[in-house]
Every structure is written in structure tokens, then in C-alpha cells.
Design a protein around this ligand. Sequence first.
Ligand code: ADP
Ligand code: MG
Ligand code: MG
Length: 950
Amino acid sequence: MVRYVYDFAEGGREMAGLLGGKGSNLAEMTRMGLPVPPGFVISTEACRAFLATGSEPDGMAEEVARHLAAVEESAGRTLGRADDPLLLSVRSGARFSMPGMMETILDVGLNDESVHGLARVSGSARFAWDSYRRLLQMFGATVMGAPAARFEEALDALKRARGARSDLDLDADDLAELADTYKDAVLRETGEAFPQSPAEQLRRAILAVFESWNGERARLYRRRERIPDDLGTAVTVQRMVFGNLGPDSGSGVAFTRDPATGRPGVYGDYLPDAQGEDVVSGIRNTVPLADLERLDPASYRRLLEIMETLERHYRDLCDIEFTIERGRLWMLQTRVGKRTAEAAFAIADALVEEGLIDRREALSRVSGEGLARLMFPRFDAERTPEPLARGVAASPGAAVGAVVFDSAEAARRAAAGEKVVLVRQETNPDDLPGMVAAQAILTSRGGKTSHAAVVARGMGKVCVCGAEELTVDTARRRATAPDGTVLDEGRVVSVDGSSGAVYLGEVPLVPSEVMRRLEAGEDGAAAGDGLVGAVTRALEQADAVRRLEVRANADTPEDAARARRFGARGIGLCRTEHMFLGERRHLVEEMILARTPEERDRALDALLPLQTDDFTRILEAMDGLPVTIRLLDPPLHEFLPDRVELAVRVATATARGERPGQRDTELLEAVDRMHEDNPMMGLRGVRLGLAVPGLVAMQVRAVASAVVARTRAGGDPRAEIMVPLVGDVEELRLVRAEVERVLAEVRAESGVPVDCPVGTMIELPRSALTAGPIAGEAAFFSFGTNDLTQTTWGFSRDDVESEFFPAYIDRGVFAVSPFETLDEEGVGRLVRIAVEEGRRARPGLQIGVCGEHGGDPASVHFFHSAGLDYVSCSPFRVPVARLEAGRAALGDETDAADGADGTDRADQADQADQARGADGADGGRRDSGDGGDRSDPSDRGGGGDPAAGR
Ligand code: ADP
Ligand code: MG
Ligand code: MG
């Protein structure tokens, strides 16, 4: 027979799926012998049965009655007894913390009669009426659906009438009057009287919890968080203990360590003479937990003892709810607590030192997401004013600078030592010098994957994009905020890329020590104690266990050197297009405009030594490590001037009766000739190499000459040549023949045995689906997951992200943009096919990924499981990728060990729960059915969601 109800003494934390997070942890504390008021849990299975059939499952009522009888017996009083009633709390609690679930109902069991009984046995009429009015309010609003505001209004009105400052100033008679007002309100608002029968109160409260599983907010939250709709919630029914019995009673919340910094100590809030929900409702001011030492030293000592016991038992930071009833301490909830990124690293490291967990487990408790957050400077939370405008938080960190409205001005001011913020409607490749020079990039258009956002993240630059409230007028060099503030060029703003806020003036910054010292390449021993030490030790552990190699995407010697200090083992993507910009642009224009092969060769010959020098310096910075150089990828016309600008110049000249410049005319012709409706799907990548004679040869010659130069200098150059946008093996075969021809030439000319493996990007569905034949021609594969995502979904990234992705995410089509986290089902399937068929055709084929996904934590886990050899990401993401590659490798073993011992599974569940809790900030205490958000460390200025998990 199915069983629906479990006594606390029968459960434990490994039963979170059945008993919910709250119920299973209450059971765990009971099992540990801690003082938990007795109670029982109605399982999620009962909820599922109820939701399926619309009625209570058979036998549940009897089981509840049996378990209630046990609670009554241990309490020595019964539910509904008029002269000495047993009171209960009814609490919701699903497997994962979830906003939108039913609020807890306290004091179930009181009615017009037993309120007098309670007054007599407790010796406090005030307490009895206070409890009754609370029940009327909670039950009336939550179970019966009367508007909560009615109750608050009535309480406020009464306080005003009595001249009371707080609820404590109301006496028993006042509260009795309030109870009457509340009963009237319930009847008036719901057309039904408050049920006087305690059994009915209990039954209805239980069913209301079940029903709240399908509340609108709960459903929306689940869809966004990808929590299955069929888990159901458990219901915890527990004997009440009373914190509102006078000054020797009270309620509080506590953490076993500081959830903002991870430091040990006493953290929490206490409220004398109050029931639990008062602590977080803000109805009265709480006192710091440390004050309890003075108020009730015995309970305080006992509480600290219990906190230590819990931390040793859970081997982690716990958060706790407790109540003191006339000097007696009761535990009402615990769970592994949310924390900031900083605290996650500090706590994991400290627990290793204390011998509670090992380094592998410590690694599982931190995250790349958290590490990324620690690497950016931040604004001092206590000194931020009201924001001037808000946009999309596109690349995290905090920056201050004078606003400038074009790239050249940014570069000019920066060269003069000024800190600037580049403000544009949106950016394009021409803005690159300014973006490099600026502290931050601020745009009024575009989403998280706009050019500005992508480039900024790649450079580790702060970026807020799509700040639509700002009117940006680049011609007049000013931006206007919604409140009318005008930002003329030179005015100082502060940009918070972690929150999307823009502030007027300079907000003080707190620099990232982690970033500074990681970039210096310090090892664990050098880093010593403190946060940096904790981070470094976690990274070392990750390096020790990971299977994935980590490379960087870098196109300059400086980036290559920096990547190396961050721990990159090579370059997975060296783009060559930046090398075609700036002052070299006219050479590219000449190559495009060339009318004869000779003209073209002249242009290519002029480019050759410049490219050779670029490659030589990059190979030097990455000496001894692989450097994958990609042949030119973007459509050529991207290197030509803007068509509109040209057309205007030519037209103006003509209108003035002048002859337009010959070069302008030629350029305009070329731009028109090369115009493509859809350039990203046009003449680019390998197609360009096949269409423009000499282009591939020039680039390969530059690479080979760089290898020769480095070899002659005594170096160990390991250049690899990568062909972009291949769709068919024949394309690769043709280009490769050309590459081999040039390599052979250089070998013959130089006498140096130049050998560069030739591989291909896999970034079109067709190349993934024909990976077998392609592998026959390729020494390696590198997934270009940005293009692969665009072509698999048929999304044009720059167009779709800002247009309708927010709506897609809201409506649950996907939880995150597939450009941020790899879409495993679709794009990932192509990746797996290509890996499998590629390796079947060529065993030992080297496979990596060089799209932005290479630095995304969740995607790194996928690449690990798909069997890739390496991920490559921007230099600043290298530590994040190293950490996550290590965590991914841990996963292999945890999966294998799963089932051997329940504790591990429970730990994983807690981690998952924490990860979901990340969203808690929007939950708000009032919406929370399980745990609320008072524990959200972001309130404490720590900077955001918990680091553990995801
Ligand atoms: P939430 O998930 O919103 O925290 P809880 O179920 O934890 O909801 O309960 C809300 C408040 O009621 C908490 O402060 C809790 O400590 C208190 N509470 C719950 N059960 C009892 C009980 N049996 N006796 C006294 N207070 C309780
Ligand atoms: Mg590409
Ligand atoms: Mg709680």
C-alpha cells in the first residue's frame, strides 16, 4: 500500500524528493536529536495524487489522523480541545525552493472557544488573542483568499486609534477586537465564515498547499527554472512553539557563518516577543543575534552549540530559523544557506582546512560564474546613488569615466591618460580602437549578444547595452537621460556592467584583488590565506582533475601573454581580421579594388610582412604551445567604407558640380558590386579563400615565415592553420592543397622543416553531418558554436537577441539564450554527431571549441561530456573555464558513486537547490513558499546570487 505521511523521526535529508526541502531537513534535525517541535510530513506523492485526481488520495486522511494522534500524545493536548488546545503550523515545501507557493499558516486549531483556553493555560490573554488574530489573518488571506490588505488596514487603523507605535502596544482587549474585525472581513470578502472546526482548518490548509503548486507564479517560476511541473510539494504539519509569549520568548534567523564573506562568527537577527514571520516582515526592528547573549545567555549558548553541530553535520554553511518559548530553544528550519561568490570560495577552503571536506568536494562547491564575478571591480554598494538610466547588464564589472561619443575621441583621450566611457547607439568593428581604449562601453541599442556586448565580454570590458532610456546623439556629442540630465562629452559617469545601471558622477570602486593576482600568475602557495588563496587553491584542484585542456582566443601578443598567465595552454582561435584593420585598411581596399593580378599581388605583398610580424610575436608569446590561426573569415566588404557615407560624398561632389574623387567612385562601385543581402551567409570564410586568388597563399606564407623566424630564433613555434566555414570536404581539400603547396615552398626556400597541421572549423550543420569525410582532410576540428547556433536555429544573432529573446525567455521557449549557453538538444546533437563520426574516420582527431560558449560554465560541462579535447575562450574567461572543466570532471565520478550512499545525493541536491536559489532575489519574502529570501546574501552588499551550483 502507498504511504503518504511520514513522522519527522522517520525521515532524513536524503528524502528531499519525497518530503520536500523543509520537511526532510526537519526530519534530519530530529534524527540528530536537536530540539525540533514534533510533526509529520505529507509527501509530494500525496500532492501528485491530489493534483491528478482533484481529490485527496484514499487513505491519506486516516494517515494524517494517526500521525496527528502521535503529535497530540507527545504534546499532552489535543487539537480542538477547548480548555487546552494543541496548535499547529502548516507549511509548504517542495524539493526546490520556489516562490509562489502557499505561505505558512501558524496557530491552526484556535477558535472562539479555545482562544480562552489558551489564555488560561498560558496565563496570557494577550498572547492568546494575538495568536488568534494571526490565524484569522493568515488563514483568511491564504486559504480563503481574502485580500491581505484588508487585514493590514484594520491593524493600522486600530494602532492609530490607540496611539500605538507597534503591535506590542496593543493589549488583549485590542487584539480581541481586532479578531472580531478580521472575522467580519473574512465573511464580507469571501462570503464564508472562518471555519471554527480545527479539523476543518487543518484539512483545508493542507489542500490549499497542494493547490498552490499550480498557482500562476509557481508555474511561471518552474518554467523559467526548468523545474518539472510534476514534482509536487510536500506539506509539513508541526506543533506550534510560541515566540510571542512575552519578553523571555522570541524568534530569530541565523547563519553559521557570514554569508557575505564566509567568515566565521555570529550572524543573524532576533526579535523578542514575536512569532517567526515577524522577524522578516519588518513589523518591528530586530536586534543583532549577538544581543541574544545578553537577553538569554543559556539559549544563546545552546544555539551556538547547535549551529556548530549543524555545520559539522551538513559540512557546509547552514541557515536556521529558531524560536525561543519562555527560555526554551526550538529549531524550526535549516538548510544549506545561500551565499555570495566570495563566501562560497572562502567557506569551501575553510572547510577543507577544518578537515570537514576534501579538496574535490570544495571544488564542487564553487563555480565559474562566481569566479567571474570576483574578477571584476565593483562599486561600493553603500555609496551608489539613484541610477541615471538602466540597460542590459552585458559584461560585468564597474567602471568610471568621461563620456565620449566616438572611437577616435576615446582613443585620443585615453592616450592622454583620461578614463573614458564610449557611448554609442551601437558599435561596429570600426569602434574597436575606442572600445579598447575605453573603461566601459555604453550603448542605447542591442542586447546581450550585440557587437558591443560580445566584444566587451571578450576583452573583459564593462558593458551596458540597450540602455534605451538614453537618447544618444553622436552628431551633437551628447546623451540625454529620462530625467532630462544632459551628458555632454566629458561628463563623468559610472557604469555597472553587473546590474546594468548607469550613474551620474563617480561612484567609488572596490578593485578586484582576485583579478590582479590571478593575472600576475601567482600560485597557491604565494597567494596564501584569504580569498585569493582560496580561489587559487580551487583552481589548482581543478587543474589536477580536469580532462579538458583550456586555450584562449587571442589575436595580439599582449592577449596571448595575458592568457598564458591566466593559465591558457595555447591559442584555440587567433582571428586574422583585426590584422586587416586600422592603417592597413587601404592595403585591403587595394586588394579588393585590384583590376589586374599584378595590382592584387602588390597589395598582398605589402600585407605579407605585416602579417608575418603579427604571427611571429604571437608565436613567441605562446612558445611551445599550439596556436590555431584562422584564415580570413568575414565578408570582404566589411573592410570597405560605409556605403551610405561614400554615396553621400560622391553625390555631394556631383551636386556641387565637382568631379567626385576617383577613389571614392571606385570604392562605391566595389561596395555596390559586393553588396550582399545576407552577408553572413554570403561570400566569406573558405568561400572567400577560394574566390580571391592569392589570399590564402599570402596568409599561409605569413604563418610559415613566422614559424621560420621563430625556429631560427631558437623558439618552439606550434602554428596550426584553421579553415573557417567549411560545408563540404571538397572545399577543405582545395584549400588544403594550396596550404600544403605554400608550406612546401617555404620549406624549400628556408630549409626549415615547417609543418603546420591543417584543420577546419565545424560551424555549419552540413559540416557536422558530413564530419566523417571532412575528418579525412582535417588534422583537427574546432567548433565555431556561434555560427553553428545561428545556422542551426536560423537566427541572425544581432537581430534576434534584442528583438524577441526577452519574450522567448519570459514565455519559457528557452531558459537562457542559446548564444550564451549551448543548446544541447539541437546544436549539441550536431556536436556529438561530428565528434563521433569525425573520430571514427580519424581516430585521435583533436577536437576543440572556440566559440564564446567555450567560457560558459554550463557549456563547458557539455563539451566535457561530449569528449572534446579543449575549450578556447577569451583570456579573462580562462580561469573560469579551468575551474568549470575541473568541476565537470568531478561530475563523472559523482555520477558513478551516486546511489552508493544517500548523503552524497543529498549534498548534490542542496547544491542544485542553491543554484536555483540564485533567482531568489526576485522572489521576495512574501512570495516565497519555502524559505523566503531573508537569507539572500545580496542584501548584505555581497553582490548577488549564491555562487555554488550552476
Ligand atoms: P517560509 O518558507 O516562508 O520561511 P516557514 O514554513 O519556514 O515559511 O514558516 C514561516 C515562519 O513561521 C517562520 O519564521 C517559521 O520559523 C515560523 N514557524 C513555522 N512553523 C512553526 C512552528 N511550528 N512554531 C512556531 N513558528 C513556526
Ligand atoms: Mg564563424
Ligand atoms: Mg522558513
